[in-house]
Design a protein around this ligand. Structure first.
Ligand code: PMP
Length: 351
């Protein structure tokens, strides 16, 4: 379709083609195997915080969900799950200035699913192949693996053999805020459909999306249109997810290299293996005045977006955060690092 689907029925053949193309392109780009269904759900990431325990409860009687709480988003998902099921968390990190992901995690037998967030957007901690990898099947000990990939999906390869359920809101690397992609093993959805559940609100029930190819109610048609554009652009610009991963690592390397040698700036996460390639929280000296002066300097040099007012309270000043999503290119990262370097020099001259 050449024009955005703004005034066209989501049940029209034209939108049907767009949806089919988007799913096919996403599957190809992210190497999603046929055993998985690709569904477009409502409610963003938070929708799945509720949907995961509810659907798992329909699948497993007396379900036991184990949450790895490694930051703000997994903590929120854990609190939501506790409303509906017996959720536990063996790994729990306290506070927002987290330094590391757990180096080894053992899951007890009888756990039905393990939930984790592969990239903690606020804390800047990421499970990745070249650092702390996702749990493998032996570590899972028979449990299914559910992963919130909201902020790292489309930035690196995914080993689908390890996964049972993944989801990502579209607001980071995949498109614009408003939709959510849910990728689930089909056999789980078949089981869910067979059981039927009247305890799940209709817009959170995965089988409703599965039965209707994501057309249970009106999907976020414009957002899905944007996702197709983003996928086309990714292919044109980078070709493969492997290339995006390389660039993503390089962008992060540039920022961490600078932070680690700076006398003024400092990365919040010091454990190199746990550091996120996407979100890098950092301190500007020890005083709020430094942070404000730096933000002003950035603004004057045409750089914005380092400060987000998160809904999560910090014990002391909130660190700043660089987000290196796919929309940020190497040149922009270079400009940022040079700006930080120059700011540091102006501080040194003043002192
Ligand atoms: N998970 C992660 C990792 C996120 O970064 C976010 C949002 N930034 C969410 C979940 C929540 O997504 P939403 O706002 O779409 O509910």
């Amino acid at each position: 379709m050449e024009i955005p689907p703004l005034e066209i029925s989501h049940r029209s053949p034209e939108f049907g083609d767009l949806l089919e193309r988007t799913n096919r392109k996403l599957r190809t780009f992210m190497n999603i195997p046929d055993e998985f269904a690709v569904l477009w759900t409502h409610g963003g990431g938070h929708g799945q915080f509720s949907a995961v325990p509810l659907n798992m409860k329909a699948l497993f009687p007396d379900v036991k969900g184990e949450y790895l709480v490694t930051g703000t988003w997994s903590a929120k998902a854990f609190r939501e799950a506790q409303k509906f099921i017996k959720a536990t968390c063996t790994v729990e990190t306290h506070g927002l200035e987290l330094d590391t992901l757990p180096p080894s995690i053992g899951i007890s037998r009888g756990t039905d699913y393990v939930y984790l967030c592969s990239n903690e957007t606020v804390n800047g901690l990421e499970f990745r192949e070249d650092g702390r990898p996702l749990l493998n099947r032996a570590q899972l000990n028979g449990a299914k693996l559910v992963v919130d990939m909201s902020s790292d999906f489309m930035t690196k390869r995914v080993d689908w053999r390890l996964l049972d359920v993944a989801f990502a809101c579209t607001s980071k690397n995949l498109g614009a805020a408003g939709a959510n992609v849910l990728i689930v093993r089909k056999h789980l959805l078949d089981e869910l459909e067979g059981r039927g559940s009247d305890a799940i609100p209709c817009t959170l029930d995965w089988s409703n999306y599965y039965k209707t190819d994501s057309l249970y109610n009106t999907p976020a048609t414009f957002n899905i249109y944007i996702v197709e554009q983003v996928l086309d652009q990714a292919v044109r610009q980078h070709g493969t997810i492997e290339r995006i991963e390389q660039i993503s690592r390089e962008k992060a390397r540039m920022v961490y290299t600078f932070l680690d040698q700076s006398r003024l700036f400092r990365a919040v996460v010091s454990d190199v293996a746990s550091r996120s390639n996407l979100n890098i929280p950092f301190w500007v000296g020890d005083h709020e005045a430094n942070r404000s002066a730096f933000l002003k300097y950035c603004h004057e040099h045409n750089i914005v977006g380092l400060r987000t007012k998160t809904p999560f309270p910090y014990e002391r000043n909130e660190p700043l955060r660089v987000s290196l999503y796919n929309g940020v290119d190497l040149e922009q990262v270079h400009t940022l690092v040079e700006t930080m370097r120059k700011f540091e020099l102006t501080c040194a001259t003043r002192d």
